[in-house]
Every structure is written in C-alpha cells, then in structure tokens.
Design a protein around this ligand. Structure first.
Ligand code: ADP
Length: 735
C-alpha cells in the first residue's frame, strides 16, 4: 500500500517535472533560464531514476536505477548553486565550478563503477520484505565527501538568498529572493531527512528536488521571476540618475526610486498608499511647476499621467538635473555678451576711424578739385591730379575695409532700386577710358544697344563690382587692351541675366595662384605686383556681392598673356520705363564737374565743426552762386535759424557739444524760421546702413564725405525751389 502510494506520487512528480521543463523551454531564453533548464533536466533524470528504483525488484535493477538517478542527482545541487549565484548578481568563482564538475563526475564514476570499487558504495543488498522494497547500501568515503559538499552548497545558497533579500531595496527582487529561499530550503530538508535514514527504504531527496522545481516554475508563471524586461525596468528605475516619484490618483505614495529618496529622505518612511503631506513633494506635482531649486541644484520638473487602459490611475514626476546645462547657458550668454560688446566696440572703432580718415580726405579731394578747376597752372596741374588720385585710392581702401567688415558682420545688404544702366556705363567708360589712355592702353567697350536702359538692382554695388574688375585690369596691364563686354539673357519679360566680362592683356595669374585670388587679403605674384597699390580685398568683396545678388563670378587667366574676369547677376527690368540702351557718347576727362545752373537768390546753410570742410563746401558750390552761410556748431545753427530763412541746410553729424542729430531734433521742434527747410545730412559716417539710418530719422537726404562738386551741386538743385534755379552759366569772371 505504502509502496504503491509513493510510486504514484513519484509518477506524478516525474510528469510534473516534465511539464516544468516544457514551461521553461517555451519561455524566451535568457542567461538565467538556460542554467535553470539544465538544473530542471538534472532534477527530471534524478526523479525518473528514483521511480525506476521504486519499481525495481532485485539488486541489479535497483543498482541500474540508482545509476540513472545519480546521472541527474550528481549535478542538480551544483546547478542550483550556479543559478543562485547568478541571480544574486555574483559570479561563481571558477575553482568552485571546477570542483562542482569534478565532484559530479566522480560521483558518476563511483556509482556507475560499483562492483569494481567501493569508493561510493561498499555493498548492496536488496530488502524485499520491507514496506517499500529497497536496496540497502554500504557507503564508501566519497559518499561522505559528496554529502558534505552538497549540504555546504545548499547552506551557502540559503545564506546567499538571505543576504540578497536583506541588501536589496527593490520590492520586486525581494520577493524573488524569498521564493528562491524556499526553493533551496526544500532540497536541504529532503536531503537531511534521507541521509539520516529516518524513513527506511524511502529517499525523500528526489521528491524534495521535484517540489522545489515545481514551486520555482509556479513562481516563473505567477511572479515572472525571469521576466528580464520587468527586472530590467525595475533596475533601471532604481538606478536612474533622475529622481522619480509616483503617486496614485488620491496623492497616495506608490513608489520612488533611490535618487528621489535621497533627495527627499522622508520618502524612505512612506508606505505604499500612504498620503503624502510633505509640501515640497506635493509642490512638484503642481501643473505650473517647470523648474525647482533644491539646495544648489536646479531641476526641470516633468509630470506624466499614468493610465491603465483609459483610466487615469496616477501620475509620476521626473526631475531632470539641469544645473550644469543652466551653468553652461549662463556661461555661453556671458561669452556672447562679451562677443557682442567686442563687436560693438569694433564697429564703433571702424566708424570712428572711417570718420576720422574721411574728413581729411574730404578736404584733400575738395581742395584739389577747387585747385584743378579754378587755379589751373601747367606746372602744378599734374601734382594736383596726383594728390586727387592718391586721395581717391585712400578712399577706396577705406571703403574696401568697411565693406569687408560689413560683410564679415553680416551687415551688408543688397538694396534694390531702379537705376539708369546707361548712365552707369557712361560714367564707367568715361573714367576708365581716360585712365587707360593715360597709361597707353586701349580701352574697348561693347554694350548691346538693345540692353534695357532702366534696371532694378543695387546700383551702388553693381557699379562697385564693375569698378573693381576694371581697376584691377588697369592696375595689372601695362600695354595692349582692356575690353569691357556686356551682354544679357532674358529670363522673363521683366528679368534679365546681366553678363559682364572684363578682359585684359596684362600680367595674368599663375596657375598655382589662381585658387588664392578670391581669398581675403591675398595678393599673388608679389615680385611683379608689390609696387601696385592694393589690399587683396577687392575680388573677395566682389565675389561676396555677386553671390548676395544670387549671381556667379568666373575667371580665366594665362600667365604673361592676360586675364578675363566675368560675372552674371540677375537684374529686374523696369516695368514702367522700357527705353533701350542705344549708343554711348563719352567725353574725355570730365574730372571736374561744371554746374549748368545758378541760384543767386537761394540761401544755403552749411553746418560743420571743421572750418576746412566749410571752405570745401563753399568752394565746391561757388559756381552755383548760391548764398552760403556757414556755422561751426549746432548751437550756432539753431541761432541762425531763429533769425533767418534758408532753402537748404547741410548738417554734419559729429560735432562737439550739440551733435547733428540733436540739432536736427531741436530744429524740427522749433520755434524757428527753418522748421520746414530740407535738412541734408552731410557726414563722414559711412558704416552700416548709414543712409537708411538718417532717412529713418527724417532727414531729407544724405550725402557722405568726401563729397564731389557734382554730388553737392546736384543735391542743391534737387532741393531748391524751381523758381530760384536759373539755367544760365555763371558769368562772373572772378568766380
Ligand atoms: P588687390 O587690391 O590686390 O587688387 P584683389 O582682391 O582685387 O586685390 O585682387 C587679388 C589679387 O588677384 C591681386 O593682388 C592680383 O595679384 C590678382 N589679380 C586680380 N585681378 C587681376 C588681373 N586682372 N590681372 C592679374 N592679376 C590680377
């Protein structure tokens, strides 16, 4: 009866173990489950062996069953140990592993070679007439070694589980260690009972192992002991560097990771579901809380609702430490402020330098123009012309440097307006024909007659690009010819591609230098060119300007033979004026502009703190015969305006005491006799969008120094009342 019962129990155990193996094998594998699967198989073999033992009827069948039993039993506890170490996050020391394997194989050797040696069993006798028939065995020395080792391993496993249980703070892992504890205690008890021989004929070890495997399988199914994702998420949650707190819908505490608990030590005390009173923690869950400062650290607060299906069941708050980011941002801001300040200082410096240089250039150019016009003497004419050329070279240098700085700081913009292309080319051809003739170089201009006369683009900049290429061609050509060729391609009815090329028979550019010439400040072939004036900025500026106009620059050059620079820029065609270019008539040497009108009754006031500038203005306007009054300061200007009426006022910007802007404001505010008089800003300040700046301040117009007689005379005519302008030349021989 007892025999039958234990046999049935053993059969059930074997079947259940088989199912356990299936359950484990069907779960997605990981490093834990692989070790455990081996242990399950060992347990299964052990239990099958024991079932055979229960069914055996003599010594031979019994001993064969025992051999099968030990094929699994010799390894099962070692495998348990290996698994427990792994699960408790410890690496099993290698020597132990060797001992375990050796131990298992020696047991197998002992059991399987029974009859030939008495290492494990010394004798075997089958007891038939017991309640459970069994084989009585005499134990050899290795049997005891194996017993000691097995008990030590089981005890170590128990200690390991206990320690891990105590050490870990993760609730999920704690429960798993508790399950493992039960799993390792069972075989220990079973084994102890067996070796003490308390139940004659019955070995409890296989069944205790089977039970432990079954309990463990249930834990896998119910508590997801091997669920790596869950395990990982819990580990990640706890090790996360950002504090996380979870509350349920009623502000009850649901959980917090270690980082959060360290930040708010009160959290260590809270039990799940307990209502949180801590104001500081509750404050974190307020909707408008974006940032919080705790001690010296700044955290970004991120609240997320937690849903189960469609039901809101709680909320979590994550704090991101942004202290370093904030610090970096502040540092960057500080650096940017410094850079901005440096940039402002640089701009101010450039404005000053440009202003200071333009002022004397204004005098040099103005005075030499007056000399050339009014005091012509054969002996000095050439000197005066040289002074003018030197001054204009200096001026173009200053302009280049200013342009470069504007491009560098992104302040240069292309301002499109309608311009007269014929007028521009007439001026260009006049100047360059004159300069070529002086140098003994032939100048050829080829412009199609059907080119639209009025184009829309940035006339100043378009002219500047032409000037740069043409003046380079002259600079680097000693004889032969320079050819300006213009053509165009229609894009639409109102847009063309203006195609310009400047070809020379000059020194050319060496192949190895060709990729350098558009680089800032680069001048090539210095042996030949260092006597020629230049900064190495012109081509770079031209290329930038062309690309700002969405065009392209090209060039080809042969060293010793000449170069050809070309560019293409899209330009709009005036919709209102459809005149064509026609032919060009260029007069030579109109270096000095002669006025074609006089205005004896006109009164013009020029305000400038520099006496020489006033003389220049006066001299340049002399032939118009306008009545010119000068003032050396803003204060003087206002005083004059209280008593007199003027047709035009030219006002300098930078003056000591009251500057041009303040004077202008006071003038417009009145009361005086010139509140409605056109006021033209006449300044050496040319940086940035000076023109826009002054026009936005409500100045009537703007002229930049150095001024030419042509500009000044035309500007006066533009703002004088028509009735005061007489189209008759000045006949006073003294003027
Ligand atoms: P630079 O003020 O020196 O003329 P650019 O930027 O206009 O500066 O030109 C850069 C360099 O390219 C010049 O120094 C010169 O060596 C070379 N270069 C430019 N145009 C010509 C040309 N037409 N013929 C020969 N060399 C040229």
């Amino acid at each position: 009866m007892i025999h039958t019962t234990v046999t049935i129990i053993q059969i059930i155990a074997v079947i259940l173990l088989f199912l356990c193996i299936l359950v484990l094998a069907l779960k997605p594998a990981n490093s834990f489950s692989n070790v455990m699967l081996l242990a399950f198989m060992a347990g299964f073999i052990q239990n099958v062996g024991y079932l055979l033992e229960l069914l055996s009827y003599d010594v031979t069948t019994s001993m064969n069953a025992i051999r099968v039993e030990y094929t699994g039993g010799a390894f099962i506890i070692s495998m348990f140990t290996w698994f427990i170490f792994k699960y408790c996050r410890h690496e099993l020391p290698k020597p132990f592993l060797v001992v375990f394997i050796l131990e298992g194989f020696l047991v197998l050797l002992g059991v399987w070679s029974f009859g030939y040696n008495d290492m494990f069993y010394t004798k075997a006798k089958f007891i038939k007439d017991a309640a459970i028939p069994y084989v009585q065995l005499g134990h050899g020395w290795f049997y005891y070694v194996f017993a000691v080792l097995t008990i030590s391993e089981l005890v170590t496993n128990i200690i390991m589980c206990l320690l891990s249980y105590i050490k870990t703070k993760e609730t999920y892992m704690r429960r798993n260690y508790a399950i493992l504890f039960v799993v390792v205690v069972m075989p220990l008890l079973g084994y102890m009972v067996s070796i003490m021989g308390n139940i004659p004929g019955y070995d409890l070890t296989p069944l205790s192992v089977a039970l432990s495997i079954i309990v463990f399988t249930l834990a896998i199914l119910r508590n997801h002991v091997f669920d790596v994702a869950k395990y990982a998420s819990e580990t990640i949650f706890n090790n996360l560097d950002s504090p996380v707190i979870i509350l349920n819908r009623g502000n009850g505490f649901e959980g917090a990771n270690l980082r959060a608990k360290r930040l708010f030590p009160d959290l260590f005390e809270f039990k799940t579901g307990e209502y949180i009173h801590d104001e500081k923690i509750l404050e974190l869950f307020e909707e408008d809380m974006a940032e919080i400062k705790i001690d010296d650290e700044v955290y970004e607060v991120s609240i997320s609702p937690i849903y189960s299906g469609d039901d809101l069941i709680g909320k979590s708050v994550i704090l991101f430490d942004i202290t370093e980011r904030k610090r970096q941002l502040e540092k960057t801001k500080e650096l940017m402020d410094k850079a901005d300040q440096a940039n402002v200082a640089k701009s101010a410096f450039l404005t000053n330098v440009s202003h200071e240089i333009r002022t004397p250039i204004n005098v040099i150019m103005g005075m030499s123009e007056v000399l050339f016009r009014d005091f012509r003497r054969q002996e000095t004419d050439e000197y005066v012309a040289n002074i003018r050329t030197a001054a204009s070279t200096l001026l173009s240098l200053i302009n280049d440097i200013l342009d470069f700085s504007k491009i560098d700081t992104g302040k240069l913009s292309i301002i499109d307006e309608e311009y007269d292309a014929k007028k521009m080319y007439t001026e260009l051809i006049t100047v360059y024909k004159f300069r070529c003739e002086k140098k003994g170089v032939q100048f050829i201009a080829d412009i199609p007659e059907d080119l639209p006369k009025y184009l829309i683009g940035d006339a100043v900049r378009v002219k500047q690009i032409h000037n740069n290429l043409l003046s380079n061609a002259i600079k680097y050509t000693e004889n032969g010819q320079i050819k300006l060729k213009v053509s165009y391609k229609k894009r639409t009815d109102y847009e063309i591609d203006l195609i310009v090329s400047v070809e020379d028979t000059g020194i050319g550019i060496r192949r190895e230098d060709q990729n350098k010439i558009f680089t800032v400040f680069s001048r090539v072939d210095l042996k030949k060119t260092n006597t020629i004036e230049g900064t190495g900025l012109g081509l770079n500026i031209s290329k930038e300007l062309v690309s700002m106009m969405k065009g392209a620059v090209n060039f080809k050059s042969e060293y010793g033979k000449g170069s050809m620079f070309s560019f293409v820029i899209p330009q709009k065609v005036s919709a209102s004026k459809n005149d064509l270019f026609g032919t060009i008539n260029t007069d030579m040497g109109i270096e000095v502009f002669n006025t074609n009108y006089t205005a004896k009754d006109a009164k013009v006031l020029v305000v400038d703190d520099s006496k020489t500038n006033l003389i220049v203005a006066k001299e340049l306007l002399k032939k118009t015969m306008v009545d010119i009054t000068t003032a050396l300061s803003g204060e003087e200007c206002l005083k004059l305006c209280e008593e007199n009426e003027y047709d035009i006022i030219f006002l300098d910007h930078r003056m000591p005491g009251m500057d041009g802007l303040e004077t202008f404001e006071k003038l417009k505010a009145g009361p005086n006799k010139c509140q409605n008089t056109p006021v033209i800003m006449l300044t050496a300040n040319a940086i940035g969008d000076a023109r826009d700046f002054y026009l936005n301040m409500d100045f009537t117009d703007f002229l930049s120094k150095p001024i030419t007689s042509k500009e000044l005379i035309e500007m006066v005519k533009k703002y004088l009342p028509d009735e005061k302008v007489l189209y008759e030349p000045c006949i006073d021989p003294s003027i």
